[in-house]
Ligand binder design. Structure first.
Ligand SMILES: Nc1ncnc2c1ncn2[C@@H]1O[C@H](COP(=O)(O)OP(=O)(O)OP(=O)(O)O)[C@@H](O)[C@H]1O
Ligand SMILES: [Mg+2]
Length: 236
């Protein structure tokens, strides 16, 4: 059920200013593709533009053979793209279970929803234990599980993940990356935005580096580790 996501000559931004300039990249089907880049380089803007939360100004976005450029966000989600947003953003006053159900709001088949929730609980037994707890009262790491779980409830072909390790302890970061790897092994195409370069390059098959809204490097993990831009920015 995986599909490649392709971004071609994409330009986008806010008000008068372009943030992304002629961005070309591809998240290969069934792989983990990462997007590295410093604060303000345009990573979240790219995710927002893929989902048409920010309108593209030029260029094209395709999911497998489908041109999804400029489609309404709900149609893009229905086509198979789910997003785990920056800062996690759980529905604080809803329970864990309600949060998960919201991730599958478009699915009318109740048994499919139950099966998906069971799969989420297999990955995160803690969420099963806490299914009636209000998500806003969970720890930061637990909220990260809720937000990943909610993304999985859509049974996506492509999962966009925006800085999942931000603000988590090293142990939790590692756990999170293992989970992302496991999700990918189940056949989901993953597009992972991160600043934790070391951990990310351990799990990513391929990656891109964004600087001031432009792709300035790309390659597999070994190539990116050697890349001067990456070295300068992240490894000192
Ligand atoms: N809603 C907005 N309106 C106007 N400008 C914005 C908006 N959101 C982001 N920007 C600007 O776009 C640029 C890229 O921001 P973006 O959030 O995409 O960066 P990022 O790479 O995700 O950074 P970070 O690592 O800090 O999350 C920044 O200069 C930012 O100020
Ligand atoms: Mg961001």
């Amino acid at each position: 059920m995986s599909a490649p996501l392709t971004v071609t000559s994409l330009t986008a931004g806010y008000d008068q200013a372009d943030v992304l300039h002629d961005v070309n990249l591809r998240a290969q089907a069934g792989q983990i593709t990462c997007l590295l880049g410093a604060n303000g380089s345009g990573k979240t803007t790219l995710i927002r533009t893929i989902l048409n939360l920010t309108a593209p100004r030029a260029g094209r976005i395709t999911l497998a053979q489908d041109d999804i450029t400029g489609k309404p966000t709900h149609e893009i989600v229905a086509a198979g793209i789910a997003c785990i947003p920056e800062g996690r953003k759980v529905f604080a006053k809803s329970t864990v279970e309600e949060n998960l159900r919201l991730g599958a709001y478009a699915e009318e088949d109740k048994s499919a929803v139950i099966a998906r929730m069971q799969r989420v609980f297999d990955i995160f037994p803690r969420l099963n234990e806490r299914r009636t707890q209000l998500a806003g009262t969970m720890s930061g790491g637990e909220q990260a599980m809720v937000s990943i779980g909610r993304g999985l409830m859509a049974a996506p072909k492509v999962l966009l993940i925006d800085e999942p390790s931000l603000g988590l302890s090293p142990l939790f970061v590692q756990e999170n990356f293992k989970v992302i790897q496991r999700i990918n092994e189940q056949g989901v195409t993953v597009f992972l935005v991160e600043q934790n370069v070391r951990q990310t390059l351990k799990i990513a098959h391929y990656g891109y580096v964004l600087a001031q809204g432009r792709v300035v490097a790309e390659g597999n993990a070994a190539q990116l580790r050697r890349d001067e831009q990456v070295q300068a920015a992240y490894f000192g």
